[in-house]
Design a protein around this ligand. Sequence first.
Ligand SMILES: Cc1ncc(COP(=O)(O)O)c(C=O)c1O
Length: 499
Amino acid sequence: MIDEKTDGTALPEHGLPAEQVLDEIRALRAADRPTHGGTLFAYVYDPAVPGLDELAATAHAASVHVNGLDPTAFPSLLAMENALVGAAARLLGGGPGSAAPDVVGSVTSGGTESLILAVKAARDARPHITAPRLVVPSSGHAAFAKAAHYLRVALDVVPVSPETLRPDPAAVAAAIGPDTVLVACSAPSYAHGVIDPVAEIAEAAAAAGVRCHVDACFGGWTLPYLRRLGAPVPPFDFTVPGVTSISVDLHKYAYAPKGVSVLLQRDPALRAPQYFAYADWPGYTMVNPTIASTRSGGPIAAAYATVRHLGDDGYLRLAAVTRDAVAGLADAVRGVPGLRLVAEPESTVVCFTSTDPGLDLFVLVDELTVRGWHTQPQLTYADLPASVHLTVTAAVAPRVAEFGPALADAVAAARAAGPTDLPPELLALAGTLTPDSLTPDLVAGLAAGLGLGGAGGDAPAGPLPGRMAPVNTLLDAAPPALRERLLVEFVGLLQRPHW
Ligand SMILES: Cc1ncc(COP(=O)(O)O)c(C=O)c1O
C-alpha cells in the first residue's frame, strides 16, 4: 500500500531522498507476482541468465534519454534498430540471399503496436476500399480486434476447430472478399500455442491479391531454434510465398526488457503506407514509422544488449532448456486424472482443461496460486472449453519437478473445495444482462459481492480478492460483450487515484 504520507498522489510538497523513494517502490513491488524464478506462467519471459538483467538495465540507462523521434539526430538508435530488424529478418527467412532479400522493418513498442501497424499499412495501401476488412482466425490475438477497432476495419473471424485449434484454410479463403485488405494468422497462437496452416492461408491471400500477416509475436524468436533442435515446425516465415509481413516481440522470447517488438515487411513498398508523415504545420516535419512519435531509446538499447549478449548459441541453448521444460510440464498435466491437454505442445505453451465437472479450473488456478504457482485462466469461448494457460520460459526448467506434485495437490484441494458456488440469481443475471443495462449501482453491487477493491463507492480500493474464482466464474457465465463491459467497469474501479 502507498504510505499515507503520499496523500494518494506521487507529488510530495517537498522532494524526498532518493533512498526513501526507492524504498517505496520496493515496498510496492512486494505485492507483485514474482517476475523471476520460474513460477509465473504469463506476462514475463525469464531466461534466468545471470547478469543479463544488469546488462539490460545498464544499456537502458545509457540510452533512456535518446529520442527515436528523429533518427538523424540520434544515429545510435537508428543503428541499433536496423541491427535488431536485421537479426529478426535473418531469423525469419529474410535478408540477402533469401526468399525475401529486400525485407525491411520497424521497431515498435510491443506486439499490439506491431499488429496495429500491420493492419494500418494494409488498410492504407488500398485507399479506394471504403469499408476495409480483416480476416483473422478466432485464435488470433485480441490485438487484431483492437487494431480493427482503432482503425475502423471490419473483422471477419474464422472459427478454429475444437480439435486442432486451427482454422480450416478453405474457410479462411472463403472469408476473403473484395474489401479484404489483410489476412492474418498466428505462429503460434497465444492461447493454445498452435501454429496456423500458414502456407495454405498465405497462398489463399496471395491468390486474392491480399496481404498476409503472420503474427509471430509470441513464438517468432523460438520456433526457428526449436526447428534447429529437431522439432517439426512447419514453414511460417518469409520462406512461405504470400507472407507479406511478420511480427516478432523481442520482449517475449528474445528475453529483452519490455517495450520492444519488430514488425517486418517483405519489401519497402509494403512498408511505405505504414509511415505517417506530416509537413503541413509550422513546427518540425514529422515522419513516424510507429504510433508513438517521441520514443525512448532505453528499451531499444536494452534489447540490443540482450540480443548481442545471448547470441545465436545462447538462444539455441535457451530453446532446448525451454523445450524440455514444456515436455516436463505437459507430462505433469497428463499424470493428473481429470485434466486434459487442450493441444499437444508444439511451441512453448502448455494449455490444459478439466474433463471432470467436479474439478473447477478457476478454483484450481486459485489453489495453484496459494501454492506459489501463477497460471493464467482462459474463459470458455464458443465451442472451446475454459482452460489454464502456461507460457513456459527457460527459468521454469529447474522448477519443473516441483510442478507435478504441486499440481496434484492443488487438484485434490480444488476437488475438495468443489466448484465455485455463485448465487444462482447472479449467474442468471450474467447470462441475461445486456451491456447497456449495466448501471453504476449494479456494477458496484456486483464488484462488492465479488470482493473487488474500491467497490464500496468512497472506500479506498483494497487489494484484489485473494481468490479470483468467483470473478472468473461470473465472467465465464457472461457472453463476450458483457464480459468486456464488466472488465471495463471492474478495472475502472481499480484505476483511479486513492485520495
Ligand atoms: C501472438 C501474440 N500476438 C500479439 C501479442 C500482443 O503483444 P503485446 O502484449 O506485447 O502488445 C501477444 C501477447 O502475448 C501474443 O502472444
